[in-house]
Design a protein around this ligand. Structure first.
Ligand code: PAF
Length: 284
């Protein structure tokens, strides 16, 4: 039976007890409104640890002033039963006052320079500071051996990996594959904001990523791949923030560069902002 914990002292005692018993601990941080993508991370954490903690905390510091913090979907009952079915041992449900004891304006901030300022960071200033700030707190609270993050938030995963190395945090990061609907749409809590019509259009993002990959593999220059992707999204009714081909370090590769690539898209459809990505290799 999953145990829901709302007090840090209780969480620490449970983890101390597991440690005394020689058990390892996996962690899956979330903002709730969980779907199959989150549950796949719980199962992945289970493969790497004896016990799994998952947190649900809608983190105010990672939302911009015009973003969807207050309307972000909160579904505690469904989350609890879904986590239990996925094999989670503890649901950690901290209060905002416990997470930020001096209040949000006085919160000690964690900033990872460089990588946090491109793409998502450029479109959502301060977003990754909020993510790193809360993930550092959560890591200090849970003190897990491993923590699982989804590849759908490709840049978030890279920022957290850099933060963990740079701050010598003792939690190893493991990455879970993107989980998609049957029509290719990447699972996301934000998909439920889509109108019926927009939901039918949304898989164009994945088709666009596949087209970017195929064009890059066929030797089409990067600038042309990106321009064609932008056009494809706009014709379908999206307002793209970016549709780019990058190396995994987020630098723009030279045309013909061999090795790993990632195609990344962020685009608005109506009031909903969707992100997705596709990794591939350009063979030598
Ligand atoms: O990916 C998310 O859901 C959030 O950014 C995270 C990592 C739980 C931090 O609030």
């Amino acid at each position: 039976m999953i145990e829901t914990i709302t007090q840090l002292a209780v969480l620490r005692e449970r983890i101390r007890q597991w440690r005394r018993e020689g058990q390892t601990v996996g962690f899956v941080p979330t903002m709730g409104n969980l779907h199959a993508g989150h549950y796949s991370l719980v199962k992945l954490a289970r493969q790497h640890a004896d016990k799994v903690v998952s947190s649900v905390f809608v983190n105010p510091t990672q939302f911009g002033p015009s973003e969807d913090f207050t309307r972000y979907p909160r579904t505690p009952d469904a989350d609890t039963s879904g986590l239990q079915a996925a094999g989670c041992d503890v649901l950690w449900l901290p209060e905002v006052e416990a997470m930020y004891p001096f209040g949000v304006p006085l919160a000690a901030n964690v900033h990872v320079p460089g990588i946090s300022s491109v793409l998502e960071g450029a479109c959502r200033p301060g977003h990754f500071d909020g993510v790193c700030t809360v993930v550092t707190r959560l890591f200090n609270q849970v003190q897990a051996d491993v923590a699982a993050f989804g590849k759908k938030d490709f840049q978030q995963l890279a920022v957290i990996r850099q933060m963990v190395v740079d701050l010598h945090l003792p939690t190893a990061i493991i990455a879970g594959s993107i989980v998609r609907e049957a029509d290719g749409l990447a699972m996301s809590s934000r998909n439920q904001y889509l109108s019926e019509q927009d939901r039918a259009t949304a898989p164009v993002i994945y088709r666009c990523l596949l087209a970017m990959r195929d064009a890059a593999l066929a030797g089409v220059p990067r600038a042309q791949v990106e321009a064609e992707a932008d056009g494809m999204l706009r014709r379908a009714g999206f307002e793209p923030d970016y549709a780019v081909l990058r190396s995994p370090d987020f630098n723009a590769p030279q045309d013909g560069h061999e090795g790993p690539y990632v195609a990344l898209i962020a685009a608005r459809l109506g009031r909903t902002r969707l992100i997705d990505n596709l990794e591939f290799d350009l063979p030598g």
